[in-house]
Design a protein. Structure first.
Ligand SMILES: Nc1ncnc2c1ncn2[C@@H]1O[C@H](COP(=O)(O)OP(=O)(O)OP(=O)(O)O)[C@@H](O)[C@H]1O
Ligand SMILES: [Mg+2]
Lengths: 516, 323
């Protein structure tokens, strides 16, 4: 069989979608992928129709990202066959995947922080004028156009560095859309988005689907599958478990297929008696980020913080942790007024801060799993600056077991772990620190349903020991299910505090949208 | 499992093969090359670059660069020489030399971590400042003629091994241990790999960075001590282009200029390759002008090969040819 790549991005795109609405866009047959020490995919076959949203589901490390990375040319398969619109193809580079009309949003965001949003969106595809200069004006206006189509109101002439992770995720979406791809892959595009943005995104996806774009969609948020998916394929340990039509299946069946066991309660919060006050914040202000923030936190409590993108949740966490300066206000920890001017001071005072963006702020990707787990707690494993290797190894091993981090060994570079497993490593890093006050910003981002429950149980255990947790999450059911109290932020300030009994999805959303 | 280890260390293996190749080439070209006395000679000559390269390894792993090492060698050298001439006790003079180096490094570190200057700029400035002060300090003239006690640092031997070589060996063992078994070492890798994550983990990144540059400066001071003792003279123009040799050794040894990765043993091999090249080219009678061209080319070639090897490896891995 001769293998000829198809040329031209979407010249014949409408032809396919209109004349043959039920055409198979993509066939992946018997795909196998081997990494050193890991079989990531083993004989996986998968097909995708034009105009469908095909969901890929599976536990952390099941092989979802690996499968789509093979399609996008980021990695090469060990074995197997890819057929695109009836033409066998070899995809050996991202550039070629683009030429074939395959667009992807990677799980780990891949924007250049120093470039502007517009520059990122058109990176490598800038239109130039006759003397080879980039037409900045066109660039900006086309970027703005795409961004407004997904409902993101930002100044796209600002460097990406200045945006939060949710905005970055939307910029990635815009980038993928600008490709005009006929196969669009989204690897956990909603992991940091809240309801409003997700609604926008789904609107865009529905439009694309009508146009006949074939979409592969990866997510750990099961309810999304029923909202947007047409078919769903489940992977487990690199093997294909099965494919179902979404209207024929149920959450319970999918979970069973994923983890091979029944899952009990999804939010197993054991409330503990509220202890003494451990943190009090009074009239915290930071220009352009925080306005008159006051609240208190008690031992044994999980305090949820909810709010839209840009409402100031992460800014609050960063200010508490000394990562950003505050203009005015008081932070009282265990009864003493404290000045926190660096993360180091915060850690010394018993705080821990799990950042929302694991890749740029949480992990040192070039270091091993073990080194990352003990990064913030190294002083507990060393004396006079010398590290006790044995104790360090033991600590890392115990977390790998406890959180079921999927890695061939302690010494694997974190870079090589799957997204969800990387997230578990960040979590382990802070659990190992044994802080009194944890600030968790999107703690379960990218973590599968089964492991989530285990992490919630760990939180229960922590609060039972008298630890206090501030949990920021854009996943409303998580906030509602796990928090004892919920603070709702809107435009850089706290607009409302709800007890868990009185909080409902609708109420929280109403306040988050700014209703009085 | 063994295979995996091999692949993980293949970069270092490559450098090692390079070392064997250059050795073989010069052995064929000159029969004198592989004699014990010449090998000792090489080790002794390489020891100065070796000492500087240790500090440079720390700096580069932490994703920095230090261009001022050569000038610091000159400045430490003249201060040391001045102290010796003023008949200060030898240990005090040596401490002065090391102290001046550490001080220069410290100001590099402070400028970089607290002044937030890019390492390239801060150390480029120091390169000029330190050299200028050295010239100023002894009015441009070399200082020579020191006591035998001081010179024994370079000329002495223990069990027929020249003392600079012994100092070098001890230093490398120490540096290896620091990089692998101490917090300072771990944090060096962490800062080089992702400074923001390190900072947000509660690591005092500024202090660690400052320490690393100060350490690099102090080691340049140590290099100045060895150089002055060997030449029995200190010159304000000493140490010209030393930064090139040190950076080259580190990079040839497999430390990534992007930071976060690298080993001391790799640097040692890099230092030996550089030393053998200089010694061998001399033996074979290549002019010093041509030598510069050859050495520069070798550095470029080494990095090119390194990149090719890395790329190749991922492809081989991807195709499942190696596992
Ligand atoms: N570059 C790599 N080197 C070694 N192993 C790898 C590499 N990339 C992925 N793996 C391994 O392959 C397996 C599958 O990873 P993959 O990223 O596809 O998982 P995933 O299904 O996307 O999980 P998640 O839900 O956590 O994102 C994991 O065990 C992972 O450790
Ligand atoms: Mg993934």
């Amino acid at each position: 069989m001769t293998k000829t790549p198809i040329r031209g991005p979407c010249s014949d795109f409408n032809f396919y979608s209109k004349i043959m609405p039920n055409i198979t866009a993509l066939h992946m047959r018997h795909i196998r992928k081997v990494f050193p020490g890991v079989v990531a995919l083993d004989d996986v076959s998968f097909d995708l129709k034009a105009g469908e949203v095909h969901v890929l589901l599976g536990e952390n490390g099941a092989g979802k990202s690996t499968l789509v990375k093979i399609l996008s040319g980021a990695i090469q398969k060990t074995d197997g066959e890819i057929v695109l619109f009836d033409n066998p193809v070899e995809i050996d580079s991202p550039k070629q995947a683009q030429k074939l009309g395959i667009g992807i949003i990677y799980q780990e965001l891949n924007l250049v922080p120093s470039l502007t949003a517009a520059e990122n969106i058109f990176l490598g595809r800038e239109r130039t004028n006759s003397v080879g200069l980039i037409e900045k004006h066109t660039l900006l206006s086309s970027a703005q156009h795409i961004l407004s189509s997904i409902g993101l109101q930002i100044d796209c002439d600002q460097p990406v560095r200045s945006f939060g992770i949710a905005q970055r995720q939307m910029i990635e979406v815009a980038k993928a859309l600008s490709l005009d791809a006929r196969i669009l892959i989204m690897d956990e595009p909603t992991s940091a988005l809240s309801e409003t943005e997700i609604k926008q995104l789904f609107g865009v996806i529905r439009k694309l689907r009508e146009k006949g774009v074939a979409i592969i969609y990866i997510s750990h948020r099961l309810q999304e599958i029923f909202e947007i998916g047409d078919r769903v394929t489940v992977l487990r340990d690199g093997k294909l478990v099965g494919t179902r039509m979404v209207y024929e299946t149920s959450q319970a069946e999918l979970v069973k297929m994923m983890v091979n066991r029944e899952l009990k309660e999804q939010y197993p919060r054991h409330r503990t008696d509220r202890g003494e006050e451990i943190l009090r914040v009074e009239k915290l202000n930071r220009k352009g980020a925080l306005r008159d923030i006051s609240f208190s936190l008690h031992r044994g409590e999980i305090l949820g913080i909810s709010g839209l993108l840009g409402s100031g949740r992460t800014e609050l966490a960063r200010a508490l942790f000394g990562a950003d300066r505050i203009d005015s206000g008081e932070i009282v920890i265990k009864g003493k007024c404290r000045k926190i001017n660096s993360p180091r001071t915060a850690v010394k005072l018993g705080l821990g801060f799990l950042t929302e963006d694991r890749k740029s702020q949480g992990l040192v990707l070039s270091l091993s799993v073990k080194d990352n787990i003990t990064l913030s707690s190294l002083d507990l494993f060393s004396r006079l600056g010398v590290i006790s290797n044995k104790r360090e190894e033991r600590e890392a091993k115990s977390f790998i077991e406890q959180l079921r981090i999927k890695t061939p060994s302690n010494h694997q570079k974190v870079l090589n772990l799957s997204g969800g497993n990387q997230q578990k490593v960040v979590l382990a890093k802070w659990l190992s620190r044994k802080a009194d006050i944890f600030i968790f910003d999107e703690p379960t981002r990218g973590i599968d349903v089964g492991s989530k429950v285990e992490i919630y149980q760990l939180m229960n255990q922590l609060t039972a020991e008298g630890v206090a947790i501030i949990m920021i999450s854009s996943e409303l059911p998580e906030v509602l299910g796990m928090s004892d109290r919920i603070l709702i932020m809107y435009q850089h300030t706290i607009v409302c505090e709800l007890k868990s009994e009185e909080a409902t999805q609708e109420r929280v959303m109403r306040y988050a949208l700014g209703a009085a | 499992m063994k295979k995996e280890l091999l692949i993980q260390n293949s970069r270092q293996l490559g450098t090692f093969v390079g070392l064997i190749v250059v050795t073989a080439v010069f052995w064929i070209l000159s029969p004198y090359f592989l004699t014990i006395s010449n090998l000792m000679n090489i080790a002794e000559q390489a020891s100065i670059n070796a000492v500087i390269a240790v500090g440079m390894t720390f700096v580069i792993i932490a994703a920095g660069i230090d261009l001022s090492v050569g000038s610091i060698v000159a400045l430490s050298g003249v201060v040391l020489a001045g102290a010796l001439q003023a008949s200060l006790p030898v240990p005090v003079a040596i401490l002065l030399g090391l102290g001046v180096g550490a001080l220069c490094g410290l100001s590099n570190g402070l400028l970089i971590s607290f002044g937030r200057l890019p390492p390239f700029i801060a150390t480029l400035g120091m390169m000029s400042v330190a050299r200028g002060i050295a010239l100023f300090y002894i009015d441009g003239r070399p200082v020579s003629g020191f006591s035998a006690e001081f010179r024994s640092l370079a000329t002495g031997e223990i069990a027929r091994i020249p003392s600079p070589v012994i100092i070098m060996i001890v230093l490398y063992i120490l540096a290896h241990c620091i990089l692998h078994w101490t917090k300072l070492g771990r944090y060096t890798y962490a800062i080089g790999g992702n400074e923001e994550a390190a900072n947000l983990s509660g690591i005092n990144t500024r202090m660690i960075k400052t320490t690393i540059y100060a350490l690099c400066g102090m080691l340049s001071g140590l290099a100045a001590v060895l150089l002055t003792a060997r030449l029995n003279s200190a010159q304000p123009i000493a140490g010209l282009m030393y930064e090139l040799d040190a950076i080259a050794a580190v990079v040839i040894g497999g430390t990534s200029l992007l930071g976060g990765e690298g080993t001391i043993s790799g640097t040692l091999i890099g230092v030996l390759i550089m030393g053998i090249l200089r010694n061998g080219l001399n033996l074979v009678g290549v002019s010093s002008f041509t030598q510069q061209v050859v050495i520069g080319s070798v550095i470029i070639l080494a990095v090119l090969i390194d990149m090719a090897v890395r790329k190749d490896r991922t492809i081989l891995l991807a195709k499942g040819i190696i596992k």
